[in-house]
Design a protein around this ligand. Structure first.
Ligand code: ZN
Ligand code: ZN
Length: 236
């Protein structure tokens, strides 16, 4: 179902990153953990893509499993960063803001154990002059760089969470929805969040704006209908 016309994606540890064509090369959505950088370069080579073809790097939010190798990557190739303004304080310091709510006891236990082996820090990134900081939805920006899509501000997991929504309905949502840790019965919700109400509102906006297939950073792609079904149950 998500075969032939699937977007280019690379699974790096627990994180999926995505590539979509833009003027002069590719837009990369997210970087994984810092220690996945070499793995990323190897995978990219195997896809026949040169690192320097990446012209833009969009971070769905500042967490370490998304922004981990943004600094070494941009230092190496000089691509332009696209990020929400609320990401900047943490991104500059290279810290993963941890004051979040757990979805349930299962995600709390799992993540607490995981944090024993992960420090949740990464090389901090300071903006360059040509980087692009957005404040909310951005309907024109991607089209200006040759990407047939728009950016939606999909807060809830964090207050800097953004989604790339392509005109064909592919939605690169970062952690605004997940298909991960099935044993915790998360039902596509983020395993940690700042506001679950905002998560649900972001899902509604995604659906309203035409999302068809959800490409989460964690787990396999799934139909946006799944999110509609959950929202309907909440209403009922
Ligand atoms: Zn996150
Ligand atoms: Zn994540």
């Amino acid at each position: 179902m998500f075969g032939e016309n699937s977007p280019l994606s690379i699974r790096l540890g627990f994180t999926n990153v995505f590539l979509t064509e833009c003027d002069g090369g590719y837009l990369l959505v997210d970087t994984s953990y810092t220690d996945q950088y070499d793995h990323f370069k190897t995978e990219l080579r195997s896809m026949g893509i040169d690192l320097h073809q990446i012209k833009y790097v969009l971070l769905t939010h500042h967490h370490d499993d998304h922004a981990g190798f943004v600094r070494p990557l941009i230092q190496e190739i000089g691509a332009r960063l696209i990020v929400h303004e609320n990401a900047l304080p943490n991104l500059e310091k290279g810290v993963h803001y941890m004051d979040m709510l757990y979805l349930n006891t299962c995600t709390r236990v799992t993540l607490t154990l995981f944090s024993l082996i992960r420090e949740h820090t990464y090389p901090g990134y300071s903006l360059k002059d040509d980087d692009i900081v957005i404040q909310g939805d951005e309907q024109a920006l991607l089209k200006e760089i040759g990407v047939d899509g728009e950016i939606l501000y999909t807060l809830g997991h964090t207050d800097d969470s953004i989604t790339v929504l392509m005109s064909n309905g592919d939605a690169f949502v970062g952690d605004a929805a997940m298909n991960f840790l099935g044993f915790c019965r998360i039902r596509y919700r983020p395993i940690v969040y700042e506001s679950l109400d905002d998560v649900y509102q972001s899902w509604e906006r995604l659906i309203e704006r035409g999302a068809i297939t959800v490409y989460s950073s964690h787990g396999d792609a799934f139909d946006a209908d799944k999110l509609s079904q959950i929202l309907q149950r909440l209403d009922g």
